[in-house]
Design a binder for this molecule. Structure first.
Ligand code: GAP
Length: 508
């Protein structure tokens, strides 16, 4: 039986488990932490590596039409001028002059307090699962406090970006609750800058990349000239990206240093881009399911054509139901040939490909599936986390915490447990199996404590299988064990060959 928890409690439980069991730590914690930066602990880095490896295997190694690259994090500053990031990679920023806090104008909402058709001031709230509910409650409070008689109208939430110059001084800051301290929104460039070389002036200014994608565009000709690739083909990369987010939040969901897995799929200029776009949306969806995300938590959000960047033909996001609301997980964009054209113009180097059929040169178009490893990490943790009541062999009920992670990505695939620590025949056989399994899988050896407690420890970190070396093992030929499955907690006898076959099928 699963316990139902409020979404805030669920996030708290997950963050607490992540810390307690060594998945994720706040960066620089001994100095009070550093907002928007995180460290991955021993189990976290295994989980993260498995997500990356599954993506790389499925996206690059198991496809004939995609190749991988790794480009530098700091690139020539001209890359970011040509790509449009220097001029336009901005978020609308609002300052609260009283509290010195900063907000993203598109995540800050306000509403008029209207009683009997007369406006009695404004209320504000930061974006949440129930922004309108919060604004309504704030409006009711204003009415009560000011003893306004009459009927309060239902609030209409508006983004702060839509506030008029007359409204701005009247909207209370979410930090202080008082009006008069919020500034009009201004563009804030999210790229982190740095200086390259000994001089620290404008000529040495450079940037930490805010996306990995530009590496694929800038190296396009290098790959075409050396990689024996033919259209349609993709170039993929996994790597760190950096964005000076105004409001990093929701644990690792929106951070300032994160990891992206992006692929640029180049297609003929006359190709049917819509069907290629659709195929990639489906591919990404199926891949998420293959690593264990339930389809019930996934949905599609097709961006309105009117709101797309001028060069974009279409973008669809795969959304995920996080405990704090439905949010973007994976963006799949049809970007035309904008990026290659921009780099051709800025560098003076044509970015064309020669078409054998038409004997023509042209600039290919691109479909771009772009996803954050950290967002997948959080999605799999939240979907896998469960607390359930179970009855032990003495009839006592207890709550077990379990991470129902797919064997594909679980940090530990199998735990090897000798039934008794003091019985050398059991531990010797267990260690032999452990050493053998270690060659191919992440395995854990644990001989400390009661077997039930050892199972619980593995449940909590998502280990799909435990293998117990017991008396039947050593009394027989030594090649059968008790296999205990995490989700059903069912136990059965397996031979070593059956165990190896099972792992081979489940971990790919
Ligand atoms: N090249 C296109 C691009 O970077 P994006 O929508 O800005 O597009 C792609 O980012 C993906 O990267 C997002 O769907 C999300 O999964 C991840 N991402 C973006 N900003 C992030 C942040 N601040 N923290 C964690 N992940 C982020």
């Amino acid at each position: 039986m699963s316990k139902t928890e409020s979404s805030a409690n669920q996030m708290e439980s997950i963050v607490s488990l992540a810390k307690r069991r060594g998945f994720v730590f706040q960066s620089s914690e001994i100095y009070g932490g550093y907002n928007g930066f995180f460290d991955f602990g021993p189990l976290g880095i295994e989980l993260k590596k498995n997500i990356r490896d599954c993506w790389w295997d499925d996206m690059v190694r198991r496809r004939d039409d995609v190749v991988g690259i790794e480009t530098s994090i700091i690139m020539h500053p001209k890359v970011w001028e040509a790509s449009g990031h220097v001029g336009g990679f901005t978020d609308p920023l609002v300052d609260c002059k009283a509290s010195k806090q900063r907000f993203r104008a598109d995540q800050l909402f306000f509403a008029a307090v209207v009683v009997d058709s007369t406006t009695h001031g404004y209320v504000s709230a930061l974006e949440s699962e129930d922004t309108t509910g919060e604004l309504q409650a704030a409006a009711e409070k204003v009415k009560r406090k000011q003893a306004i008689q009459g009927e309060l109208a239902a609030v209409v939430a508006q983004e702060f970006t839509e506030a008029t110059p007359e409204q701005i001084p009247l909207i209370p800051s979410p930090a202080t609750g008082e009006p008069g301290s919020l500034t009009p929104p201004r563009d804030f460039n999210m790229m982190f800058d740095t200086n390259v070389g000994a001089l620290r002036d404008g000529s040495s200014k450079s940037y930490l990349r805010p996306e990995t994608a530009q590496g694929m565009f800038v190296d396009f000709k290098n790959v075409v000239d050396t990689g024996r690739v033919k259209l349609p083909f993709g170039i993929a990369q996994i790597g760190k990206s950096f964005r000076n987010e105004i409001t990093p939040r929701n644990f690792i969901f929106r951070s300032r240093e994160f990891e992206q897995m992006e692929m640029e799929y180049f297609i003929h200029e006359d190709a049917d881009w819509e069907s290629s776009h659709k195929e990639w949306i489906q591919w990404c969806w199926d891949w998420l399911v293959s690593i264990g995300l339930p389809e019930s938590h996934l949905s599609l959000d097709e961006h309105e054509k009117a709101k797309l960047a001028f060069y974009s033909r279409g973008t669809t996001d795969i959304m995920f139901k996080y405990p704090f609301g439905v949010q973007e997980l994976w963006g799949i964009a049809a970007r035309g040939n904008y990026d290659l054209n921009q780099h051709a113009e800025a560098s003076g180097k044509p970015q064309e490909i020669f078409d054998e059929e038409s004997k023509k040169k042209f600039v290919p178009h691109v479909i771009e599936p772009a996803v954050g490893v950290d967002r997948i990490f959080l999605a799999v943790l939240t979907a896998a986390y469960a607390e359930e009541d179970v009855t032990d062999d003495k009839g006592r009920t207890e709550t077990r915490t379990v991470l129902r992670l797919s064997p594909r990505i679980a940090p530990v695939k199998v735990a090897v447990l000798p039934l008794l620590k003091k019985k050398a025949e059991l531990t010797t056989r267990a260690k032999a199996l452990y050493t053998k399994l270690q060659r191919r899988y992440a395995v854990f050896y644990d001989e400390a404590g009661a077997i039930g407690r050892r199972y619980r420890r593995q449940d909590e970190i998502g280990t799909p299988y435990c293998v117990t070396i017991d008396f039947e093992t050593i009394e027989g030929k030594g090649d059968t064990f008790t296999l205990r499955e995490r989700d059903s907690m069912a136990q059965r006898r397996v031979t070593e060959d059956e165990l190896l076959k099972l792992l081979d099928e489940q971990v790919y």
